[in-house]
Design a protein around this ligand. Structure first.
Ligand code: DP6
Length: 371
């Protein structure tokens, strides 16, 4: 499927004003997206667990404006205007203009809030960009459905297409955002063994998943809540000309193949091996790029070592993964909730900034709150 699929037949912006509210979750990658080509095309396939509690709720209000020369929008986080968010959204609007021709017809008010603290070091771009893309797609659906000049067949935007185009748009805002719309596992990027997988949008993982992974838990330990040292855009760019890049992209394809088997037979030991190796490889790529970065903090390593020791002592299947930062996602099966939560409280919370952590688990994607 090509990009052209997502350029709509022309329709009129006949609605004067309205608003939509969507909530959309964050996601945590098991096989990491790190490195991209032009137009937000990933260098390798990735797969993520959709989260449940960590999410963004966005209300998009739109009203017809006089001139169609420029984009016009305000952004508010928890009720406060955020000028600092505007450049990223402006870039997003430019990238998606060809696919949403109404963008310059309206003034938009984007009111957004996160369930997790903005400065927690948890990336809000996946949940934020996916929530915004959903609101914008809802506007398109409304405009198409209320255009009297369109025939019945052209008037309907089916659910599957709605999600696919939203994921396509969200990707143009932030790559990982295209994996946040549905649950519980989402694949983004072409992989030979996954029919329907695409570099252009995320798709629900199409195969059976063993019961060991149902309701998988993710406790996010907030090790360092400071501003990110390296933006993900800068980080992705460091993969251009990186000495180990091609091997890394191959490894990601292999990790995906192994995970397909793991999800089929429920092999938690192999799951741990892939997930931890992916997290450490992501950081290894940053440590070996030019310029180089260490995004882990001493407490990140303390936590990793404690998790390894706990596994040795108890035969638990708890493991960790990392984003492009110092926080640690502690992943474990639902059946181990009690013992791992005890372990986290007794041994790991001491390494968190102000003792803060967030209990989350696999979730099932975005929700329309209001229209
Ligand atoms: C380390 O999706 O934030 O979390 O496309 O530049 O917005 P942009 O990057 P972004 O990168 C996420 C990288 C990662 C791994 C992952 O989520 O797969």
């Amino acid at each position: 499927m090509q990009e052209e699929q997502f350029i709509p037949k022309s329709y009129t912006s006949s609605v004067e004003k309205g608003s939509f509210t969507w909530s959309s979750p964050s996601n945590i990658a098991l096989v990491k997206y790190w490195g991209k080509k032009a137009q937000q095309i990933p260098e390798n396939p990735s797969i993520s667990f959709t989260l449940d509690n960590c999410k963004t709720t966005t209300t998009l209000s739109f009203s017809k404006k006089e001139s169609q020369d420029d984009f016009s929008f305000d952004v508010l986080l928890d009720g406060d205007k955020k000028e600092g968010f505007k450049p990223k959204i402006e870039t997003f609007f430019k990238r998606i203009e060809a696919y949403l021709p109404f963008l310059k017809d309206y003034h938009f008010k984007i009111e957004t809030s996160n369930t997790f603290p903005h400065s927690s070091g948890i990336a809000s771009s996946a949940s934020g960009m996916s929530a915004l893309a959903l609101c914008l797609m809802s506007v398109e659906k409304l405009l198409v459905e209320s255009d009297a000049s369109l025939n019945v067949a052209d008037k309907s935007i089916g659910n599957d297409f709605f999600i696919q185009k939203t994921s396509f748009l969200a990707r143009l805002g932030s790559g990982s955002a295209c994996r946040s719309l549905e649950g519980d596992l989402v694949v983004w990027g072409k992989h030979d063994e996954i029919d329907g997988s695409s570099d252009l949008f995320g798709v629900k993982y199409p195969f059976e998943v063993h019961k060991n992974f149902k309701n998988y838990q993710d406790t996010i330990l907030l090790v360092d809540k400071g501003e990110k040292q390296v933006s993900s855009t800068v980080g992705h760019n460091l993969m251009h000309g990186h000495s180990f890049a091609q091997e890394r992209f191959k490894q990601a394809h292999k990790s995906m193949s192994t995970l397909i088997k793991v999800f089929e037979d429920g092999d938690l030991d192999m799951f741990i091996e892939i997930v931890e190796s992916e997290a450490l490889t992501l950081h290894a790529m940053m440590m070996t790029s030019m310029p180089y970065f260490i995004l882990m903090k001493p407490n990140t390593l303390e936590i990793i070592n404690k998790i390894w020791a706990f596994r040795q002592e108890t035969n638990s299947k708890v493991c960790f993964t990392l984003d492009a930062g110092a926080n640690v996602h502690v992943l474990y099966p639902e059946s181990e909730c009690e013992q791992v939560c005890e372990f986290i409280k007794n041994k790991l919370v001491v390494f968190c900034q102000k003792g803060q952590y967030i209990n989350d688990k696999i979730g099932f994607g975005a929700k329309l709150i209001n229209n």
